[in-house]
Design a protein around this ligand. Structure first.
Ligand code: 5GP
Ligand code: ZN
Length: 114
């Protein structure tokens, strides 16, 4: 999609601090980090949310989760624990409608989240 910020990051038209890539997925640092590790993991293909990606390309969704786990290992937070969040819908705080997993860790994480 031409007007999608994360499609532009996939295409290299908008710069991002990319930390890992795979065939179908891309991981880059959030521009406004909420934790010592705050990485966004996205599929290269445009889908608005996790459910849409699960319906169209379950293998791409699995690759997003697998890439997030590898980034967590790279960042040294696999053992201490981390959170994967798919905000879905404006009411849940989704502002970019290209599915993305937030990988958060490196500090204590309260449950339930706000
Ligand atoms: P959402 O609110 O949709 O779940 O998450 C969108 C995230 O994208 C936010 O955490 C926000 O900080 C991040 N973000 C917004 N614009 C940019 C950008 O241009 N580059 C990067 N790396 N992250 C962005
Ligand atoms: Zn997109």
């Amino acid at each position: 999609m031409t007007d999608c910020l994360f499609c532009k990051i996939v295409e290299g038209e908008v710069p991002a601090k990319i930390v890992r890539e795979s065939e179908r997925a891309l991981a880059f640092r959030d521009i406004n980090p909420q934790a010592p590790t705050h990485v966004l993991v996205i599929p290269r293909e445009h889908r608005p949310d996790a459910a849409a990606l699960a319906a169209s390309s379950p293998e791409a969704l699995a690759e997003v989760v697998g890439l997030a786990a590898r980034v967590a290992a790279d960042e040294g937070i696999a053992d201490s624990g981390y959170r994967l969040v798919f905000n879905t819908g404006a009411g849940a705080g989704q502002t970019v409608f290209h599915v993305h997993a937030h990988l958060l860790g490196g500090r204590g994480l309260n449950w339930p989240p706000g």
